[in-house]
Each structure stands twice: as structure tokens, then as C-alpha cells.
Write a new protein. Structure first.
Length: 156
């Protein structure tokens, strides 16, 4: 039984799995978007969120921890200088996984994992005003209803 055991093994040895995710998180931070299989992307999301959280801390210890995982100094510099400040007001969820279909050879589900864009620059969708259920049912409304008595018409 696997009670309380987190992470996916992905049918790889520990060293292979660790090296693969270190390479993948380095590529994701460099290119901000990579194409991979769905199970790998779901596990990579954990690694990427951890690295961005280290970047948001911004201290020397966080930089050294990131350098222990990320393979290239230029990617660490980009993480601390460009990527982490982008998510300073965000509490998590820095990546998006978009399913794109199945691989032709073995039918494996493929996806695109990317760092999400700035939330401040994205405009929010505004819903158009619709009638309330009370107005639709013919109930009392705030607008006055013309009964025709002001125009001099009388009913007989």
C-alpha cells in the first residue's frame, strides 16, 4: 500500500527521474512553455511551483537551493530577475496545463505546460446585466409602469 507517498515514479529509477525533472524544470524556466506527456507535466508542476516560490523569497539561500536543482545559472538568473517578480502577489498556481491530444506512436496523452501570464495585465470578463428572476416572473419592479391614465384615457 502507498499510504502517504507523494510523487509519481513514472517507471524510472530515482536518479533517472530526478535528472529528468531537473532538465525539464530548467527548460520550462528558459522557454516558459514545453510540450510533454500529461503525467510528466503534472509532476513537473510541483517542481516548477517550488522553484518559483524560492525565487519569490529572493534571498541567497533560496538562490543556492534553486542552483542545486536548476542546471543553468542563466535560468536561475531569469527565475529571480524576471519570473518571480511576476508572481509576487500570487499565492500559487504558476503553471497551466493544456491537453493537446495523443501521441501518434503509443497513444500517450500529450500536453503543453506553460507559465501563466501576468494576472494584473489580463482584463477580467464582465458579465452583461440580465433580468433578475423576479422581473422575469412578472413581479414588482423598480421602474414605473404606464397605465395610460395620465394621457386622458378612461376605461368604461
Amino acid at each position: 500500500m502507498r499510504h502517504g507517498v507523494s510523487g509519481r515514479k513514472l517507471n524510472r529509477t530515482t536518479s533517472h527521474r530526478s535528472a529528468m525533472f531537473r532538465n525539464m524544470v530548467t527548460s520550462l524556466l528558459q522557454h516558459e512553455r514545453i510540450f510533454t506527456t500529461l503525467p510528466k507535466a503534472k509532476e513537473l508542476r510541483r517542481w516548477a511551483d517550488w522553484m518559483i516560490t524560492l525565487g519569490k523569497r529572493g534571498d541567497l539561500h533560496g538562490r543556492r537551493q534553486a542552483l542545486a536543482t536548476i542546471r543553468e545559472k542563466s535560468a536561475v538568473h531569469k527565475l529571480f530577475a524576471e519570473i518571480a517578480p511576476r508572481y509576487q502577489n500570487r499565492q500559487g498556481g504558476y503553471t497551466r496545463i493544456v491537453k493537446v491530444g495523443f501521441r501518434r506512436g503509443d497513444g500517450s496523452p500529450m500536453c503543453l505546460i506553460e507559465l501563466i501570464a501576468d494576472t494584473e495585465s489580463a482584463p477580467r470578463k464582465v458579465r452583461p446585466q440580465t433580468a433578475t428572476p423576479k422581473e422575469e416572473a412578472g413581479g414588482k419592479t423598480d421602474t414605473p409602469v404606464d397605465t395610460g391614465t395620465e394621457t386622458g384615457q378612461t376605461t368604461t
